[in-house]
Design a binder for this molecule. Sequence first.
Ligand code: ADP
Ligand code: MG
Length: 253
Amino acid sequence: MKNENEIVKLQNIRVSYGGVPALEDVTISIFRHDFLGIIGPNGGGKSTLLKVLLGLVKPDSGTVSVFGKNPEQARSRIGYVSQRPVFDNNYPVSIWDVAMMGRYGKAGIMRRYSHEDKAAVERALKRVDMFKYKDKQIGRLSGGQQQRVFVARALVSEPELLLLDEPTASIDSTLQAEFYELLGELKRNLTIIMVSHDIGAVSIYVDKIACLNRQLYYHGSREITAEVLEATYKCPVQLITHGPVPHRVLKEH
Ligand code: ADP
Ligand code: MG
């Protein structure tokens, strides 16, 4: 019987670019309300994996199922915050406008926005606590504030699955904690997959951790062993344990 809570099912996915493999034999199931962190080194295939889920990259082999459908059919139910969104600091677009871009899929670029579109944008901006800045120019915000707006843009289509590609890369470490707290609130009614090369930050906040370096190591939990980390990062790692729930993070490498 099909499990309705199994939102993502990848089986034996292989992707290569010009004959060079980026993903090999990747198999994973992701369930409703999972908050999964995928960590791995640069070039490990993290962005590629998210693009497979969105149907933007076609695997050479293997099967992809999102909400029991193919990625194209599922895309309207997925919110996506891509790696390093490009916005010139003087880009003359307000926060409100950036968030409204998330309605293009629903509204069509030429259509006038409906009351419903505006209500969705207001809700999304309030969820990330940026509604108060709605008329400000996007380039005038800090990296952390910009990232909140990009999350709002992904939320305005009211997705059930949120994909985040290195969302904290441009945020300094004190503001990262705030950003992860926001994700902690969002995960109550969303499934979240976040990829990052930053093990230390990610492993504290997510519920489940996978390691990806062309191959994926995942056991449906947040436990990762030194062996898996070393295999993923190809270098010796030092593990520490802290907090009430014992878990391990990479300290330095
Ligand atoms: P990550 O997000 O973990 O840094 P990527 O998925 O971006 O990894 O890249 C995985 C590998 O695939 C890298 O070696 C990268 O150079 C290569 N790659 C990614 N996208 C392309 C592309 N469009 N064309 C050719 N090679 C690519
Ligand atoms: Mg990437």
